[in-house]
Design a protein around this ligand. Structure first.
Ligand code: COA
Length: 341
């Protein structure tokens, strides 16, 4: 384990040494939702591209932290490292079980990571991409050598599976994905460009009220909505359709590379139509923008690392390639992370 400050180091690169993911066994299909609320498979598939999602069973010990720990263990095994090799664990999540301790502390304990640093990072669906930028720069700065970064969320715990919640309950699923970031002497590896943005004025487009004071001005406080995601779907859609291409363009420009130089776009899985619109705008080939939303829905901070793990395991993403990670979400937040693997 190595952390703390040192000076006079030679330049270092950052590599992604391993990936892993975890999914609950329980499937919630569109047909299941048809039994719980007024909706239809046809409506859901046409508007979102989602066919099923996975959800945890809390009565069987399912939780965000458990998913995160399982994903981290898989990533450590992939990187051929032990939990005690980690200097720091970061969990990007908006569904930590408790406000204290952080999920990252629970995860550190579950995987046996000893006394390494551990904290949560909350930027909703952008959390993992924000985390990639933060973890990269912590390593690049020389203070940390090995970081476990996990995106984990269990939005099923914040859903209302009745007609009142049908516009959100159809969208979200539970999952976790993890990466191990490691210092390397190969300085060509690491970030080529990054961006992190927010617009706090847009907070009311996606929020989770806990009490009457949390509702935006003009919206009647309703105790039935406490602890359930409230989302203005049409506004978020508009924001995403505009932001996604802008963000990609800005990141390409700052790295001075063309859209076609990117080997794979790993984008937050929010809606099939949003992803397709962004891909078409840049003339990116269909097989360069990965889509798995049909199987898992929108898994918030887990969606990007879950895609990345599937891509690596299937050999579609390899060392030496350029990969662009992009996400947007509640806050409002949006961010990108362009890597030379
Ligand atoms: N099944 C059937 N009908 C539904 C429904 C459901 N699950 N949810 C809403 N509807 C109805 C609405 O009540 C509305 O009916 P009305 O016209 O009679 O009032 C109609 O369908 C259209 O609703 P609307 O919200 O305008 O649909 P939409 O085309 O905007 O699609 C979303 C809704 C949520 C799928 C879409 O807005 C979206 O994907 N937004 C982005 C969300 C997102 O990405 N969130 C994550 C951010 S990280």
């Amino acid at each position: 384990m190595s952390s703390g400050t040192t000076s006079g180091r030679r330049p270092i690169g950052v590599r992604i040494a391993g990936t892993g993911s975890a999914l609950p066994d329980r499937r919630l299909t569109n047909a299941d939702l048809e039994k719980l609320m007024t909706t239809s498979d046809e409506w859901i598939v046409q508007r979102t591209g989602i066919r099923e999602r996975r959800i945890i069973d809390r009565s069987q010990g399912g939780s965000t932290s458990q998913l995160a720990a399982d994903a981290l263990k898989a990533a450590l095994a992939d990187a051929r490292l032990q939990a005690t090799d980690l200097d720091l664990i970061i969990v990007a999540t908006m569904t930590a079980e408790m406000s204290c301790p952080a999920s990252a502390s629970l995860v550190a304990n579950m995987v046996g990571a000893g006394n390494c640093g551990a904290f949560d990072l909350t930027a909703a669906c952008s959390g993992f991409v924000y985390g990639l930028n933060v973890a990269h720069d912590l390593i690049k700065g020389g203070s940390y050598r090995t970081i476990g970064l996990i995106g984990a969320d269990a939005l099923s715990t914040l859903m209302d599976y009745s007609d009142a919640g049908r516009s959100t309950a159809i969208i979200f699923g539970d999952a976790a994905g993890a990466v191990i970031l490691k210092a390397t002497d190969d300085t060509s590896k690491g970030l080529l460009a990054q961006a992190m943005h927010s617009d706090g004025k847009g907070w009311k487009e996606i929020y989770v009220p806990r009490c009457a004071q949390d509702f935006p001005p003009g919206v009647e406080a309703d105790a039935g909505k406490f602890d359930h995601v409230q989302m203005n779907g049409a506004s978020v859609f508009k924001f995403a359709v505009g932001t996604f291409p802008e963000l990609i363009e800005q990141t390409l420009e700052s790295a001075k590379v063309a859209a076609t130089d990117i080997d794979m776009y790993v984008c937050h899985q929010s809606n099939h139509r949003i992803l397709t619109a962004a891909r078409e705008r840049f003339g990116v080939a269909e097989d360069k923008l990965y889509i798995n939303i049909d199987r898992y829905g929108n898994t918030v901070a887990a969606s990007v690392p879950l895609c990345f793990d599937e891509l690596r395991k299937s050999g579609r993403v390899r060392d030496g390639q350029k990969v662009m990670f992009v996400a947007f979400g509640g806050g409002l937040t949006w961010g990108s992370s362009l890597w030379q693997l």
